[in-house]
Design a protein around this ligand. Sequence first.
Ligand code: NDP
Length: 451
Amino acid sequence: MEQILQAIQDGASGEDIAALPIPESYRAAHVLRAEQDMWEGVASEQKDPRKSLHVGDVPTPELAPDEVYLAVMASSINFNTVWTSIFEPLSTFLFLDRLGKESTWGARHAQDYHVVGSDASGVVLRVGSAVRNWRPGDRVVVHCNFVDDQDPSAHDDSMLAANQRIWGFESNFGGLADLAVVKANQIMPKPAHLTWEEAAVNGLCASTSYRMLVGRHAARMRQGDTVFIWGATGGIGAYATQLVLNGGGIPVGVVSSEDRGRLLRAVGCENVVDRRAEGYRFWTDEDTQDEGEWRRLGKKVRSLAGDDPDIVFEHPGRQTMGASVFIAKRGGTIVTCAATSGYMIEYDNRHLWMKLKRIVASHFANYQEAWEMNRLIDRGAIQPVLSRAFPLEQVGDAALTVHRNEAEGKLGVLCLAPGPGEGVTDPEKRERIGEDRITLFQRHARGELQP
Ligand code: NDP
């Protein structure tokens, strides 16, 4: 890998990169099948990803005709890596085994180790014989929709494909590694004005928010819509906030500290709800919700935005869904993609049907949606929300930080990139878009935002 890194840093030609040998093994963050029961009897919050995520060499798999080998310069932590590392709600080896039964190439994935990670930026090293649009030397980012294009169910909306998967979560050979195997239809051009780690953090979260709010399959936000966003400085929430502002909507963002409120205002969201300061208690005990608390939140939103939300951007799940359904405007939409605090959901159905609201499910994004989102980032309309970057060796610490809700925006992971700040090939464009805008979350993490 050292030779590969040297060639990339020297700006070697595509031909030279294509001539470099592919190593027989590579450094990767992975969990082990032998440890999948290690957390039995341990409460979720006590499970420590540092104990289950290992960094070490794994064998390089053979390349299928529709795939490329990627030299991964940087990757990021997504919540799905937290789920894998705590083996909740399922062990991801179940996904690998299912994929292993589907085809000869699928069988490569059913290993006793799972290389995790669903984001990457890097350089194409080799392309399979069926790859047409990409060449060795291309600088790219990866989206995580892993789909079989020979399945007819994939051809209206690939997120509806019967065997749609999330790369690096439901498949092996993911991005938290020095090398990755990706399908050619997961690749997009790397925005030239971003560093490797800034480019690596957007694929999964930004595309998810794009589909939830902008794409034609979910909430379809219009200009002037009021959009209520849980976790508005978190991974998907920080992109959602930017998409609402960029699309002429009115965001109302929720955070859990004054400091996060300051960051949210710096993004441009004036309507901030500090859920901790407000002390909302939607559940009085494990079985009972308090409608009075839902109403209190609704009043707060009206006092800030002057209106009820046309769209509620929902992902915390059990803790918040009752409130989300309640506060949405008559005829409004609750769009959900997750259930961080629990997936057995309760809400008062009377508020849904009598006020003609709808709950819309959304999950990641199809290639076209991911491409459109990447284009917005490439044009400088949406900024990466990288706050910090960890070396690959500290991937467990990074995952623990996300698990404990201790970071804003996204955490990057440096894989082959020897340090932060590398990979910009269009500095003029970076200057035009504005260093301050691009690095807002990084400056916040360094304590550089004015109180
Ligand atoms: P992050 O941890 O980066 O951010 C989530 C934010 O949600 C936190 O910052 C926190 O903000 C808020 N939050 C957490 N718990 C609660 C709670 N109980 N009540 C209210 N707010 C809460 O995670 P991501 O944004 O990356 O992901 C969020 C969820 O979405 C995860 O479950 C993830 O797995 C899922 N996801 C699903 C995708 C899909 O394709 N289906 C794609 C991407 C993510 P604060 O404390 O400041 O309020």
